[in-house]
Design a protein around this ligand. Structure first.
Ligand SMILES: [Zn+2]
Length: 289
């Protein structure tokens, strides 16, 4: 599932490819894609609109439209946004196509069909709780702090961990209403770097561990962006190319291999329903109370 670095990679590419282009048509090939809005109405709202910017918020790709609205794309498990400079044969799992007036197109492909699109008022994207409730935005409710923004400081993280002191640290990092954009892969890599066991409670982290976790999250996410994201199964960027982060995993997917730091065995467990990897020695298990 695409996380912050994968979505950021796509958004940066689309920022180069489609800003300034005008939508000439929209076709949906999967009726649930724009739910609850009918695809025809959705297409009518997009037609003739110019793309003013492309950015990322959490794990969402956000296309800012002329006039103040935004098209939000949730890639979920297997969604891909593919830019095509010319007319090409349709992707076998194409669910939608946005055509531009200059003959180029943006294709949305999605094997598992969990991806969704919505058009929302631009101002509902950033913190306006009342506007959010009013519009009932299905994709964009209650997103937490961006971990690569200035708001994400050691102090902010410490306060989050204190507020949610009884929460298990790994699922807390995946909670999009707390920190937006971190998913399973980057949480696992960050906890390894910070030498924190995934089952620790948030409130049990010492000050030096909070500082390490903050540094490690930023490190993991920046590394993911630098390497164009992680392609394990379905993720490709807007050019249809794979990322390189999967070659650089320290512990993710490496059960049975030696820890790159201490040489002890990396083990796989399940925490909060998600497969998790950690080093037996450098990430000490919490004592049972
Ligand atoms: Zn180790």
């Amino acid at each position: 599932m695409p996380e912050l670095p994968e979505v950021e990679t796509i958004a940066r590419q689309l920022q180069k490819y489609i800003v300034g282009k005008t939508v000439s048509g929209f076709r949906s090939e999967w009726h649930r894609l724009t739910e609850p809005e009918p695809a025809e109405l959705f297409g009518a709202r997009l037609a003739g609109r110019r793309i003013e910017a492309v950015r990322r918020r959490g794990k969402f790709v956000v296309l800012d439209l002329e006039g103040g609205d935004a098209l939000i794309v949730s890639l979920r498990m297997t969604g891909q946004l593919l830019f095509h400079p010319a007319d090409v044969a349709a992707h076998p799992h194409r669910r939608a196509r946005i055509a531009f007036a200059d003959g180029t197109a943006l294709e949305f492909a999605d094997i598992r069909k969990f991806g969704r699109m919505a058009i929302v008022e631009g101002h509902t994207l950033d913190g306006d709780e009342h506007a959010r409730r009013r519009t009932g935005d299905p994709l964009h409710s209650h997103l937490g702090v961006e971990p690569l923004s200035r708001r994400f400081t050691v102090r902010w993280l410490r306060e989050l961990l204190q507020r949610r002191a009884r929460a298990t640290i790994k699922p807390l990092l995946l909670d999009q209403t707390a920190i937006a954009g971190v998913g399973n892969i980057y949480a696992i890599e960050a906890l390894w770097r910070a030498k924190i066991h995934p089952l620790r409670t948030a409130g049990s982290l010492r000050e030096d561990e909070v500082e390490r976790l903050h540094e490690a999250l930023v490190w993991a996410l920046r590394k993911g962006i630098r390497l164009g994201g992680a392609s394990r199964r379905d993720y490709v960027d807007a050019k249809g190319e794979q990322g390189r982060m999967q070659r650089e995993f320290q512990v993710y997917g490496r059960a049975g291999e030696p820890c790159p730091r201490c040489g002890s065995e990396i083990v796989r467990t399940v925490v909060g329903g998600r497969g998790t990897f950690h080093c037996r020695r450098c990430q000490r298990a919490p004592r049972r109370s």
